[in-house]
Design a binder for this molecule. Structure first.
Ligand SMILES: Cc1ncc(COP(=O)(O)O)c(C=O)c1O
Length: 385
């Protein structure tokens, strides 16, 4: 892996106490954080931190057992009722994290003899859930509805059929064609599951996600989302009809055979949900910053998608170039990591920039200037073309 520049290393963040979440300290050096999923800056909101402290004081530090044993503290009920109301669905179920939600839900709802149609760029947790389910796995080309329809027609006879997609793709920052997916769901009598990990908090009137923004949430059989990104905390949830949620309570192995979340996490999630619903200015700010950073990069000659999401990839291709680029960014005071295979397809290594609501215009302009200087340096040295 080292020879192919694929071995991973991580940095120790020595301080993340900056209240906006936009600056971190690594190796004694302050870095502008352009790689955080804390899109709304809620991870450092003191109301959320305090709510976690209060929940820990009242309920203790640990979940103590699976929810099906005695880990199902009343805080869970409150959170799930509020989630269901927010998402306008009959019921909700909280999981430990997004990885466990996707693996647990897909493996429970699909099985041998079923078919799952999954976008080629879906998150790894979706892929792993399908593998665990033992259903037939059909990967359609990214956002290619013709290819999906071709596969749906070809495998019409599967016992039960699911289409699964991210709503905003985690490494590309583009959106799934949800309106068309809903049409195919209806036409081919399939079920549809949408992972809103990167859209929750960021899209929709009250941050419910892209399905709500487009008015199709009622047509999605399972809406999944996380608390780990725009909510700034930890955990995940699915919202669906009562019957599906009740089934998952018994059948989702990642829920049944794992300890309940620490009460502090649930307390913080409750506080974060309130702020996500009310603070629409944060959503506006992150969208404006996304548009601005994309435009700034374009004005310096970079190729950047016409999108409005906070995930902004700069695809360089080669693993080694991308590592070099990321290293130089760090030397110049910017934290933005190199994303390499297998997280992204071979030959598409990239710097994945993410912007947050609290980034200022000056910070983004300065960052863009650094990105373009590094490109010029590496081009001169013949490292990148
Ligand atoms: C689209 C998507 N789904 C699921 C997950 C997993 O969520 P979590 O980090 O809460 O495990 C992530 C993020 O890592 C993601 O990007």
């Amino acid at each position: 892996m080292r020879k192919q520049s694929l071995a991973r290393e991580w940095n120790t963040v020595e301080s993340a106490s900056d209240r906006t979440g936009t600056w971190i300290q690594v190796e004694g050096k302050p870095l502008l954080n352009l790689s955080s999923n804390n899109y709304l800056g809620l991870a450092h909101d003191q109301r959320i931190v305090e709510a976690g402290k209060l929940a820990a004081e009242e309920w203790g530090a640990g979940g103590t057992a699976s929810r099906l044993v005695h880990g199902n503290y009343a805080l869970y009920d409150e959170l799930e009722q509020r989630l269901a109301a927010w998402k306008e669905r009959e019921a909700a179920l909280v999981f430990a994290n997004g990885y466990q939600a996707n693996t647990g839900v897909i493996a429970a709802l699909a099985g041998r003899g079923d078919a799952v149609f999954s976008d080629r760029l879906n998150h790894a947790s979706i892929v792993d859930g399908i593998v665990l389910s033992r259903a037939e796995h059909f990967r359609y080309r990214h956002n290619d509805m013709e290819h999906l329809e071709f596969l749906l027609k070809k495998h019409q006879d599967a016992r039960r059929k699911w289409i699964v997609t991210d709503s905003i793709f985690s490494m590309d920052g583009d959106k799934a064609p949800l309106l068309e997916l809903v049409k195919l769901r209806d036409r081919y009598d399939t079920m549809l599951m949408v992972d809103e990990a990167h859209a929750g908090g960021v899209r929709g009137e009250e941050g419910q996600g892209l399905c709500h923004e487009l008015g199709i949430a009622g047509k999605v059989d399972v809406l999944m989302g996380t608390f780990s990104k725009a909510f700034g905390v930890y955990g995940a949830y699915v919202c669906a009809d009562e019957i599906i949620i009740r089934y998952l309570m018994t059948k989702a192995r990642s829920l049944v055979y794992s300890t309940a979340l620490p009460p502090a996490v649930i307390g913080s999630n409750l506080a974060a949900l309130s702020l996500v619903q009310t603070d629409s200015w944060r959503r506006k700010a992150v969208r404006q910053n996304a548009l601005m950073f994309r435009q700034l990069l374009r004005s310096r000659g970079f190729t950047v998608d016409e999108e409005d999401t906070p995930i902004i990839p700069l695809t360089l291709g080669e693993n080694e170039w991308t590592l070099q680029f990321s290293k130089r960014l760090r030397q110049r005071g910017i934290a933005a990591v190199a994303i390499r295979p297998p997280t992204v397809p071979a030959g598409t290594a990239r710097i994945r920039f993410t912007v947050m609501a609290a980034h200022t215009r000056e910070e983004l302009e300065w960052a863009c200037e650094q990105v373009s200087v590094i490109r010029d340096e590496l081009q001169k040295g013949g490292t990148i073309s």
